[in-house]
Design a protein around this ligand. Structure first.
Ligand SMILES: [Zn+2]
Length: 293
């Protein structure tokens, strides 16, 4: 009898351990292209999702080369989230190569793209209102996979969208009061077009929309000339880009080097900029301080 109870207890212990594992396994496995999408997916999905980012914090998605471990991950995924607007074209190639047959959501679907001629600026997340669209798209994809959790996902995404709306209002109030001649700044690659467009700033960048392009000597010379003749308030570093180019521009243009802006990647975990909202608040504080001087 006693022996029987011990066996029963062991069986129960194993059974409960098994259910814990089953509960973990039920998390929707989501593969995203880069760190900002990982954060938005976690905000919307909470405990329902387990998220893996191909390009992590402080890494540059423009120069990503596919790795075998990333390709192998596709087979374990329930959902793949790409950014779109030409930011992560390698995702499409990886989906093709791995023959991933599950749902693929394009986070930026529905965003009004910023264009110069036929070219589209991919950095739409620099306007928080666009990230509201990302949250809605990701929420819809998660609800399709987990209809039983519709209410929870909806509640989380609406709460997050309210936070983004408050963030947008903060940008408007801080940057809206800057005088006209305090609205120009330099970064190394042209990642802040949406921010500039939304809040009336002007960005000068020696590299184009991708860090893959090298700034020509002529472009750098033109920018240094602009620094001397125009009212440029600050030169900023970016977290995932080599600082030598902007260092030189600041030095030769006689402009004080401002601090760091987060452009295409979050900071490593533990930093205030390790979430999208945190990174945007950090950027706003730096811009507000440097441009108001
Ligand atoms: Zn970029």
């Amino acid at each position: 009898m006693r022996r029987g109870l011990v066996v029963l207890a062991l069986v129960l212990a194993q059974w409960s351990a098994g259910t814990v594992h089953a509960a973990e396994a039920r998390a929707v496995q989501v593969l995203v292209s880069f760190s900002i999408l990982a954060d938005v997916t976690r905000e919307v999905g909470g405990d329902l999702v387990a998220v893996r980012a191909i390009v992590g914090p402080d890494r540059d998605a423009h120069v990503y080369q596919s790795r075998p471990s990333d390709l192998a991950a596709f087979s374990r995924m329930d959902l793949v989230v790409t950014h779109g607007l030409g930011f992560d074209p390698w995702m499409g190639r990886m989906i093709e190569v791995t023959q991933f047959a599950g749902p693929v959501v394009v986070a930026s679907a529905g965003v009004v793209p910023l264009r110069v001629g036929n070219a589209v600026d991919p950095h739409a997340w620099q306007d928080p209102r666009n990230v509201m669209m990302y949250a809605r798209n990701i929420a819809a994809a998660l609800i399709a996979l987990r209809p039983d959790a519709t209410q929870a996902i909806h509640a989380r995404s609406e709460r997050y969208i309210a936070t983004l709306s408050a963030l947008h209002a903060q940008f408007e109030s801080t940057l809206g009061s800057l005088p006209a001649e305090h609205r120009r700044f330099v970064t190394s690659h042209d990642a802040f077009g949406y921010l500039a467009h939304a809040y009336g700033l002007e960005v000068i960048a020696p590299q184009g929309w991708s860090t893959q392009s090298q700034a020509s000597a002529r472009t750098v010379a033109i920018i240094i000339d602009q620094l001397r003749t125009h009212q440029v308030r600050a030169v900023f570093l970016e977290n995932m880009v080599d600082r030598r180019l902007v260092d030189r521009i600041a030095r030769e243009g006689g402009v004080v080097m401002g601090s760091r802006l987060y452009s295409d990647a979050l900071a490593a975990s533990g930093s205030p900029a390790d979430t999208y909202v945190g990174m945007m608040r950090h950027n706003l504080a730096q811009l507000g301080e440097a441009l108001s001087k």
